[in-house]
Design a protein around this ligand. Sequence first.
Ligand code: HEC
Length: 315
Amino acid sequence: MNLSFRNRGLNPLGWALAVALGLAAGKAADVPLKTSTNTVAKPVELAGVHNAFQVTERIYSGSQPEDEAAFAALAKLGVKTIVSVDGGKPDVETARKHGIRYIHLPIGYDGVPTNRVIELAKAALTQPGPFFVHCHHGLHRGPAAVAIICQALEGWSARKAEAWMREAGTSPDYPGLFRSAREFKQPTQEQLAATGPLPEFTQPSSLVEAMVTIDEHFSRLKLSQQAGWKSPPGHADISPPHEATMLWEQLREMARLPDTAQRPEDYRAKLADSEQTADALRRLLRESADPALLDATFKRAAQSCSACHRSYRNQ
Ligand code: HEC
């Protein structure tokens, strides 16, 4: 069931009228943020969760819960099961404290393999709802998983599933995610029965593990950049030169993974480029270089991530 407007007994016209008459004043946070373009899901405000949507009565979508307050907010919504689809380690303990169980079914940016489609469907069909589905930012992989779950559980068409992904902000740079939504097939009873237990934590590959750590350092550098290349407010523990050094070291570690040895030469060249940019950034931060130069070098670092992802991750 689509709740976007109907859950308050008002059709879109009714909403427009209510807003025009000021009847919704004081409930501003409840009003769909993008009334003209949001037709499938309703954006919601959730403490410690970004890109949060109520997609149906039973399904919520968003980013990784930031802190304990986020889990408390999800519990308050009645959420009983969280499905995480990124490579990060879910905070199973904090969720459990709030009466919520985690299911960890990580997927890549290149699409959802058939076995994962079946597991996602099985999670939705057999576990208690409401569900909160998340990836890291709640933009790409999470919404793709929601697109699959809503087709399995709520009888959505593929068309509606794709419309939802566009609404959630899923980038057209990930055609595999859209393809997975479009090509969804309802799993058979046999397929569901043959699927094993749904784990709270799935050990990622060493590459995904490396990427998750690299991304953590990269995100802290982004915060430092916003603070003028100082420790971000409220994060005295974050030292920009240290983060850049860790980023550089992790990229060097990645070069030594067996996975890297099996990749094409071009992949290793792209990795070397990323590593050199991180090294340059690390040196500049140690010398407290000019912020404009730091900005430019950081931009090159970000481009080195995208260059490899474009060729080896996103299709
Ligand atoms: C030389 C190639 C290469 C470079 C450079 C690279 N990555 Fe990746 N990254 C990958 C590949 C390949 C994957 C997909 C791994 C998989 O799903 O098996 C990936 C996956 C990821 C993921 C998803 C992890 C998850 O949860 O599944 C994040 C986040 C990420 N990279 C961040 C970064 C950042 C930030 C940088 C730059 C500082 C970077 N990467 C540089 C190749 C690269």
